[in-house]
Design a protein around this ligand. Structure first.
Ligand code: ZN
Length: 255
């Protein structure tokens, strides 16, 4: 009888392992360093209009120094070598979003990060595409006129988040402050090498649409008075500052 159970359990285990959707991997270049995603490679002509803040703004907003929509349609570049794992129109506060997965050496360890490029006017890459550092992935946009043109840029430690933040801590456990990630990693070892990286880590992304066509040239920004505060409470506490005030979406979400 005991033997019977052994074979039954073994059989179930084998069927489960074979039948389970296996973790999938793809080979991609090891990043040899990371550059800034605008004004390549050093963000020349751009400034960080809004920084990373845990539990608040989970990325950085990069804006052309001439302000307004002068950077609408300007190129956005991949921060490093990698693989496109997401390139879709998420709508809501995001709009067109590209996520690129990178592997890099931290000492002797291979690490993985995702870079995320939001509010793109146009997406110029496809999911599954191999990308090199400095390759154009899209153009700076306004998310259908919701913001003045700027790039929302994130670096994720956690490669299971993608564009769905629910259920993930909004702090340094899952995110890097992008500039603080890039600056000490401008040049890395590993050039010319490749390695396997996990893919299909975002679950079912079929609910997100194909990239929206760009709006360059015919966009009218109506909402220039949107408050950049990270939450309603913050807005109540702080006097209104006449700084970058275009990058906020409702429901206390910060984009
Ligand atoms: Zn933002």
């Amino acid at each position: 009888m005991r033997k019977y159970w052994f074979w039954l359990i073994l059989g179930v285990a084998v069927v489960t392992l074979i039948g389970a959707p296996d973790q999938q991997f793809a080979r991609t270049r090891v990043a040899d360093g990371f550059d800034f995603p605008v004004g390549k490679p050093n963000a020349d002509g751009y400034y960080k209009a809004r920084g990373f803040r845990p539990n608040g703004h989970l990325g950085e907003d990069w804006n052309g120094i001439r302000g307004g929509n002068t950077d609408l349609g300007a190129p956005v570049y991949s921060t490093g070598h990698g693989l496109v794992v997401f390139a879709r129109d998420v709508r809501l506060g995001w709009g067109n979003v590209v996520v690129i997965r990178h592997i890099f050496f931290e000492g002797k360890d291979l690490k993985t990060v995702d870079s995320l490029y939001g509010h793109l006017d146009r997406i110029m890459v496809k999911e599954g595409q191999q990308i090199v550092k400095g390759q154009q992935v899209g153009t700076i946009g306004t998310n259908r006129g919701m913001y003045k043109a700027h790039l929302h840029f994130e670096i994720h430690k956690n490669i299971y988040m993608g564009v769905s933040r629910n259920g993930f801590r909004r702090d340094f456990t899952n995110y890097y402050s992008p500039t603080d990630f890039i600056n000490p990693r401008r040049r890395l070892s590993g050039a010319g090498r490749s390695a396997l990286v996990a893919i299909n880590t975002f679950g079912d992304t079929s609910r997100y649409r194909a990239p929206a066509a760009g709006s360059t040239g015919n966009v009218r920004v109506e909402r220039t008075d949107v408050d950049a505060s990270d939450s309603v409470q913050e807005a109540a506490k702080k006097p209104r500052q006449n700084t970058f005030r275009v990058d906020r979406f409702g429901n206390l979400e910060s984009f």
